[in-house]
Design a protein around this ligand. Sequence first.
Ligand code: MF3
Ligand code: CO
Length: 261
Amino acid sequence: MIFLKTDEEVELLRESNRLLAMTLAEVAKVIAPGVTTKQLDSLAYEYIKDNGGEPSCLGYEGYPATLCISVNEQVVHGIPSDKVVLKEGDIVSVDSCVKLNGFHSDSAYTFPVGEVSPEVMTLLKTTKECLYLGIEQAVAGKRVGDISYAIEHHAAQVGFSVTHDFVGHGIGREMHEDPEIPNFGRRGNGVVLKDGMVIAIEPMVLMGRRNTIIENDGWTARTADRKPAAHYELSVCVRRGKADILSTFDYIKEVLGEKFI
Ligand code: MF3
Ligand code: CO
């Protein structure tokens, strides 16, 4: 069942997304070699709580943390740990959901830790481009497959793959609503996009092959070939002519300055 949102609901969703965007920027401030992923998780939990929100991931189907933090070959749903210490040259994907005003927001950003290789920078840049190319297609009258195709096609052109194992999704009073938004697909296929649909678009782009495996913790997905993966995600409202982007990377941009890509 797809729930179209009223203008009032869209404004509540925007508020929720703003708190999440600010939370990711707080995390961005402390990402550096020597920091543990558990430290990032603790500060995000405090920040969300201090600002009246709820961390939606915590307790979701038993998930034990506020953030999903996936390092290098980890694709998504990495569990923060005091044993995972970030080091120069890593990439770290931070994905989270917040509940505020009864509405969930969902956003992810992959950060380089210090200097990373040019190939990895290309992976980050390409994944972010995939996200914005997907968002360009999120207009009323187009179909989900138009978003999916835009994402997959751009990644493939650069020689990268996209996961088939994890998808974007509708979002609102529930963290995961219909429709699914795959990162692969065919133009003109799938659900017709309507004004007021709110969806989380989340390309996960893999430098090597697209196969993933779940680690023994039952959550962490990593690439089977152990090549790196990147993940950028924003929640958007489908409108006529142009999507309304409800989340933002602007707060992260302020923190990263000229390092923002
Ligand atoms: N953005 C992630 C997703 O849509 C958040 C999941 S929360 C978790 O899958 F609890 F499932 F990790
Ligand atoms: Co999501």
